[in-house]
Design a protein around this ligand. Structure first.
Ligand SMILES: *[C@@H]1O[C@H](CO)[C@@H](O)[C@H](O)[C@H]1NC(C)=O
Ligand SMILES: *[C@@H]1O[C@H](CO)[C@@H](O)[C@H](O)[C@H]1NC(C)=O
Ligand SMILES: *[C@@H]1O[C@H](CO)[C@@H](O)[C@H](O)[C@H]1NC(C)=O
Length: 195
């Protein structure tokens, strides 16, 4: 009896409010190997950036700013871990600073992910133009994003990025500390030889 009730509740939940944002957050943790955040924390971070995404889907500058603030604002319990990771990476990269590098890396990463990003953003634009509301449009956006961001996709982007944009030292530092945020055993990108 309990099983039947639970099953019915699950079915109703799926039918009424399939939440793809939550499903993407869960995929990041369960399939893509993210270990630094829980699915629930990721879901909060995604949801935090939603209003900006719906308001200005094509403004990359505005999106990056809000995404950064959403990460900072919702990482309270991780702040100390993040700070210690930041210090360790910087001493590995010395004299480079990871935040300065990250700003430089934003351009090549944006370029590498352009096809998928454009597809997802276009979805929001046409959805808005059709007069559909924020949450419904974002659910369509997350559906495309979730389908597109597979392990193979992450590995491809990562490999291209490492080969064209990382020095040997930068890659070595990334490989040393990446296991603190993601399960690197899932990705061949973590086993490259950079000369
Ligand atoms: C994009 O957003 C930034 C920051 O909010 C703003 O200064 C800029 O004017 C926007 N650009 C466009 C093209 O709307
Ligand atoms: C982050 O928190 C600050 C301070 O509470 C707030 O002003 C800002 O709007 C928040 N940003 C986002 C994107 O939630
Ligand atoms: C990344 O690599 C591309 C292609 O080689 C190059 O055009 C770009 O300047 C590089 N960017 C950085 C930040 O290294």
């Amino acid at each position: 009896m309990k099983v039947i009730v639970a099953t019915v509740i699950l079915l109703i939940q799926n039918a009424l409010c399939a939440d793809i944002r939550q499903a993407l957050a869960t995929k990041c943790v369960n399939t893509l190997g993210v270990t630094f955040y829980t699915a629930s924390q990721l879901n909060t971070i995604f949801a935090c950036a939603d209003p900006q995404l719906y308001a200005t889907p094509t403004n990359t500058t505005a999106m990056i700013t809000v995404a950064k603030n959403c990460i900072i604002n919702n990482s309270g319990s991780k702040a100390l871990t993040a700070l210690s990771l930041y210090t360790s990476i910087n001493s590995c990269l010395n004299p480079d600073d990871i935040l300065t590098l990250a700003e430089e890396w934003a351009t090549p990463l944006t370029k590498l992910t352009k096809t998928l990003t454009n597809k997802c953003i276009k979805k929001i634009k046409t959805c808005k133009a059709a007069g559909t509301g924020q949450e419904a449009c974002l659910q369509k956006f997350y559906t495309l994003a979730k389908a597109g961001i597979t392990k193979a996709y992450v590995n491809t982007i990562c490999t291209k990025f490492v080969k064209q944009n990382l020095s040997k030292t930068q890659y070595a530092c990334a490989i040393k500390y990446a296991p603190q945020v993601v399960d690197v055993s899932l990705y061949k990108c973590a086993t490259l030889t950079i000369s």
